[in-house]
Design a protein around this ligand. Structure first.
Ligand SMILES: Cc1cc2nc3c(=O)[nH]c(=O)nc-3n(C[C@H](O)[C@H](O)[C@H](O)COP(=O)(O)OP(=O)(O)OC[C@H]3O[C@@H](n4cnc5c(N)ncnc54)[C@H](O)[C@@H]3O)c2cc1C
Length: 380
């Protein structure tokens, strides 16, 4: 099934597959082992334009739409979820600036991000919350020509490489606003990257903001609209996470098909066993359904519509599928799958993150149910 991809989209898909095999797969295990930010890989991803996929050329983008974006993230994540996630996480600030930034902000901040000259972070989560915007404690106080931001952010990916961050803070009206912050500003302090189970290399860090000054001109969108900006940017982030989950699932399925044909039990390939066939069929079904949901969500966004509901549905399903598929893949591989030098072990650990970051599955269920109720005129 080619999903009616256009000639250009098929070309993007093929090029991304080649890039993944040439530049991502050979370094995937090492990135996982070191658990450090992969500067070299990020530079290569930037050079081929993958940080600017959905954005128009006037902002140094590629103009490949959100379908092109999802196709590339899927292909890169087949080889290493970290590679796909670099694009997805960087895309959060990009999307926020693209949708809500002034023309000046787009030229100044989005264009260098799209070109891969700079990377960005998206700083919402705090020690006390990652799910509840009402619990945000970081403060932004207007002072002269600046806002002065104080607080702490937690698990902020890409931090060691970020030149700018979109920081969410409570302003003097008590509402949450979004601010573009230069990460080299005095008072913006990065603490050591957290060591993670999977997606090792994304380098989520604790960030201390101690009276960090950012010009008033760096307020993103309208004052007090931070929550809306976060939801909108994260809807595209969830499309990216769905493509990551899809890529991880596809990668695990391919490895399992190969292994099942090579590994023998009782003198025959284990692929002949009904139990293994059952696993392969279950895996393939989940991967196929993940692909439909991911591409459909991208298509809706390419049509200019909101994907608040679609992206929640896609993320909920594809992340569960990735966790299920990698667990089944581990079973197909038996003890070998449990070994550190097998790719499947890494995919199994990476998959779990997709159920957690950019909104846990429980929150996706709440979003979906609220949409369903609102569509029927009931309180959501
Ligand atoms: C590797 C990694 C990278 C990350 N990168 C970033 C980043 O770049 N920027 C950023 O801002 N954050 C980032 N995060 C943070 C991540 O988005 C949050 O951790 C996530 O949204 C969950 O928030 P929490 O951990 O505070 O969970 P909590 O909100 O404390 O929730 C804990 C559990 O409680 C339950 N729960 C919570 N709320 C509800 C509800 N309303 N209904 C039902 N059940 C509920 C769920 O079971 C949930 O799993 C990252 C996290 C990781 C692990």
């Amino acid at each position: 099934m080619d999903f009616n991809l256009s000639e250009q989209e098929r070309m993007i898909q093929n090029m991304a597959r080649d890039f993944a095999e040439r530049s991502v797969r050979p370094v995937a295990m090492e990135i996982d082992r070191r658990c450090e930010f992969p500067f070299e890989l990020a530079k290569e991803i930037g050079e081929v334009g993958y940080f600017g996929l959905p954005y128009p050329k006037e902002y140094a983008g590629v103009g490949a739409g959100y379908t092109g974006y999802a196709l590339v993230i899927e292909q890169l994540s087949r080889a290493s979820m970290v590679a796909g996630a670099l694009i997805g996480v960087n895309g959060l600030a990009e999307e926020a600036i693209f949708r809500y930034g002034s023309e000046e902000q787009k030229q100044r901040f989005l264009a260098p991000l799209a070109k891969g000259e700079h990377l960005s972070s998206f700083a919402f989560t705090e020690p006390a919350t990652g799910s509840d915007p009402r619990a945000i404690e970081t403060r932004a106080k207007a002072e002269g020509d600046d806002y002065v931001i104080t607080g702490q952010k937690q698990f902020i990916a890409l931090s060691p490489a970020s030149k700018v961050a979109v920081v969410f803070a409570r302003d003097e009206t008590e509402r949450v606003s979004a601010f573009i912050v230069d990460t080299s500003s005095p008072g913006y302090e990065l603490r050591k990257a957290c060591e993670t189970l999977g997606a090792r290399g994304l380098s989520p860090c604790v960030i201390y903001l101690d009276d960090v000054r950012t010009p008033r001109a760096n307020l993103l969108g309208e004052k007090g609209r931070g929550f809306e900006i976060m939801l909108e940017a994260i809807s595209v982030g969830k499309l990216a996470v769905s493509a990551e989950a899809l890529g991880v699932g596809q990668g695990a399925l391919e490895l399992s098909l190969k292994y099942a044909q090579e590994r023998k039990a009782y003198g025959r390939p284990i692929a002949d066993l009904l139990t293994i066939k059952w696993l392969l069929a279950e895996m393939a079904t989940r991967v196929e359904a993940s692909r439909w949901l991911t591409y459909m969500t991208a298509l809706v966004r390419d049509g200019g519509a909101s994907i608040l509901k679609e992206s929640a549905v896609a993320k909920l399903f594809t992340s569960q599928a990735a966790v299920d598929v990698t667990r089944m893949a581990m079973q197909v591989h038996g003890a070998y799958g449990y070994m550190k030098d097998m790719e499947i072990e890494r995919l199994y650990r990476d998959a779990k993150l997709t159920e957690i970051y950019e909104g846990v599955s429980e929150i996706q269920r709440v979003i979906i149910a609220d949409h369903l109720l609102r569509e029927r005129g009931l309180e959501g």
